[in-house]
Ligand binder design. Sequence first.
Ligand code: MOS
Length: 725
Amino acid sequence: MPEIVLSQTLAHVRHGSNMGQPLTRRDGVLKVTGAAKYAADQHPPGMLHAVLAVSTIARGHVAFLDVAAAKAHPGVVEVITTANRPALAQDPDERSDLFTFRLDLLQSDRVRYANQPIAIVVAETLEAATEGAALLAPRYEIEPARVGLDATESFVPAAVGPGFPAQMHRGDVEAGLAAATRKVTETYETPAQYHNPMEPHAIVAAWDGDTLSIDTPSQGLAIAQGRLAGLFGISPDSIHIRSPFLGGGFGCKGLISGPQVLGAIAARAVGRPVKLVLRREQMYGPVGHRAPTQQALRLGTDQNGKLIAIDHRTKTMSSTFDDFFEPASDASHTPYASAAIATSHEAVRADIGTPMFMRAPGEATGSIALESAIDEMARACGMDPLAFRLKNYAEVEPISGKPFSSKALRECYRQGAERFGWERRPLGSRQMRDRDGLLVGWGVGTATFPALMFAGHAKAVVRSDGSGIMEIGAQDMGQGAWTALAQIAADALALDIDQVEFRSGTSDLPDAGIAGGSAHTATAGMAIHNAGADVIARLAELATSDKPSPLFGAGNAGVIARSGRLCRRDDAAAQSTYAMHAHGAVFAEVKVDPDLGQIRATRVVGAFAAGRIINPRMVESQLNGGMIWGVSFALHERAVMDPRSGRVMNANLAEYHVPVNADVPSLETILVEEHDPHVNALGIKGVGEIGITGTAGAVANAVWHATGVRVRKFPITLDRLIEPE
Ligand code: MOS
């Protein structure tokens, strides 16, 4: 990737360590000057444009496509349908493991959801391909769409999320509820949401014999490489993926999607490089989304306001042909102590694209319901919601009974409350107004997210001139991963950051694992750390066995040589002994127009303890981004499904609301110091997703405090405030 020149624009002072410095993004100048080339910016010589035709029905068959009309259009080179799609080595409906989802690659004329790809038109220009796709004018045999959480009979899935048990419990929840002095029993609903990264899925694919070269955004290069290798029946080594820049991922670029594979199929069919870019509305179906949920919570406390029972039941939805189940109830596993806890999931199948991991899958969805219910419980006990949380937060992980590897939640509550000014909060609702007469409300929410790590690899080189190279196929989705990882690389080689050439972003480099689960910095960071230690150890060995060296015969017993692998034996032991999580507390203020019900989030303060902070600038930005998602979850985002057609009616960024600058409140992030000696040798926990978890509930609770109306159906919109359901 010689064309990509990364640079540090802010001179920094090194106080003995590159880690911990608030360096600016190494790719920042490239991005703000437009020099960073994203996948869709690539134009290899001879390139053609592919456009997908997608189904307008949610269930049935494609009966006819006017291929002749499309082919006759000037500039159209090829039309690929089920009839002439090149053969694949693997059935796209084969599900070999947890992370291989079924894809729609023109294997059948069966339509299983709206916006399913049904043909590809390849042409000399984008315009010709677009017109050709329109000329296909499909006719369908339509069957009625089954949508909604009562679409079909519900069942208990074999697993939820990435292979978690669908049902878990500790203690006897029914007995706890029967013995409870006070109880809250409520149902909360969350809508379908779509990832909507700025950059749509895009691919530029070129074949040379059996070698495939592609530019495409990916959160996991090696997994994508493996999937493509299986489908095309070629070796992973003959697939070269370049993914230096992602315009957002959020989970929908975690695994390679059907449309991306279709781009490579089209290139193979026409024998020329092909570019395929999804239109925004085409992203509402074949690339995953967050499924809707209905969550029934039952909480019980004793006479002292101590929680003694938590029951969290989720009903959610998957597609008719594959399994992904939003693990919302699992949000109750961690934050609050209770002798009895039960979590369970049931699901229905509907004529939708398969749901997928979407930023804080399960935690985001479940947290807004749990935090709302906790607030309702505090109110039933006549307690301040922060005081109730301080009384009930967990000292050991409730569902597993394991101690936390480290936890600074109390400190998060304390620092966040102090900065926010929580002590001035009146207990009752509708007590505060601003100068303009708007109702003001304050809410709090607890944030937790597991500290995960996956397998990762890196390669370190020390040159004879004293400079170093660190290679790792890591992904920067805009979160600043390259910058933070380069800082870790410099420390791993005991060099200054400018002395280390940091190479990343292509599948030819060592597998960094997936940039997901808030685990990327820990995973790739530990691989880098271990590779650095390994190369230093070899250097020490050379030095101590080299006669002319002053270190000759000194022995290198003080140097621990690691294998360049992620997980040492003692780390693995720690994983089973401790529950590992990042924690936080979020405080939110909203203002509500008493007549019109219009809601604005005006101020959010989040205090987070997430272990060692590699780059406070990047971390603050990640947490701010998470908190904006939380505001969005509480007040903005919702995909509206037309029950007759099974189509999303607001499949565009004008009507699918995400916060714009004017919607974003004043944000303050407090990084609470935490040293977790067990999580990994570097002490790193993730920060990508935790910001959402406390915030959504804090905003919902603030809306109650402002208005006295408890809305249990999200997002909270003005109609739901004025006419509570
Ligand atoms: Mo994320 S949903 O872990 O990309």
